[in-house]
Design a protein around this ligand. Structure first.
Ligand code: FMN
Length: 247
């Protein structure tokens, strides 16, 4: 990929194909791409929809850390996560439908399975490096059936996962992410009539794009290596002072 191309990935965690979550994620991705192009970059977008996918939660079998392997559960998670780690994108939008005031089960299962990505934090023998998301700008989107149905707790849960994984999170404008409501199940408008919701998704996409550009150019100007292995060395060496290893 050329160094003038930015890649934006959207993950939509609704089990319902073609629903509000996919639409909101697409709105944000389109805005991210359009912002990047406006500023002289090429942009690629990739929507990873979990609709129709079988993704089991983590079963705590610990096969990953015992056998030095990525997750052994045979389902659709691997194909979905590959689009997030191979290669790591410049921008991520993570769009979640609100179920009982927070993440739906597919979002939770997708996140739990990321456990195997970070085994190397505590196990130096693990053969795969932790994906370096320190150059990936990430924004959270939530869509409920109700105007105030739990979008903010849902966004916060996503932000917590971003911080766990080392993404560089952006807030919304002016709030913590993009929030929309679909007015389902009464009239199935799929969020189309929620003008503010769509605007919040566009603004979030543009902010993800802006930060992605800053991260790309900042890393270039600072001559940082593509993958900062020193982070990982520090993770391996519990008990060693950060000053000795980290910088
Ligand atoms: C099991 C279930 C629980 C839900 N709980 C909430 C909720 O707590 N708050 C809310 O605003 N909407 C809730 N909804 C509505 C969905 O968030 C809403 O329909 C959303 O648009 C679904 O996204 P989709 O169109 O991509 O499937 C719930 C829907 C389902 C199926």
């Amino acid at each position: 990929m050329s160094d003038r191309t930015l890649r934006f990935v959207g993950v939509a965690t609704s089990p319902r194909p073609g629903g509000s979550t996919e639409r909101l994620a697409t709105t944000a991705l389109d805005a991210a791409a359009s912002f990047a192009r406006h500023h002289g970059y090429n942009a690629e977008t990739d929507l990873v929809s979990l609709a129709g996918k079988r993704i089991s939660p983590c079963t705590a079998c610990m096969a990953c850390s015992r056998n030095n392997t990525y997750c052994v559960i045979q389902d659709d998670w691997r194909e979905a996560i590959e689009r997030l780690i191979d290669p790591v994108p410049d921008g991520l939008v993570f769009a979640v439908p609100v179920y009982f005031g927070n993440h739906n089960a597919l979002a939770r299962a997708f996140i739990e399975r990321c456990h195997c990505l970070v085994v190397r934090w505590w196990s130096p023998e693990f053969p795969y490096e932790v994906p370096d998301f320190s150059r990936t700008a990430a924004g959270a989107l939530a869509i409920g059936g109700d105007r105030n149905g739990g979008q903010e707790p849902t966004i916060l849960t996503t932000l917590q996962w971003f911080f766990h994984m080392g993404f560089v999170a952006v807030g919304g404008h002016p709030n913590i992410g993009a929030a929309s409501w679909s007015q389902q199940p009464d009239n199935h408008v799929n969020g189309i009539e929620d003008v503010l919701g769509r605007e919040s998704a566009s603004l979030l996409g543009a902010r993800v794009s802006k930060l992605a550009i800053l991260l790309r150019e900042g890393a270039r100007a600072a001559k940082l290596p593509q993958l900062d292995k020193r982070n990982m060395e520090y993770s391996f060496s519990w008990g060693v002072s950060p000053g000795e290893r980290y910088w």
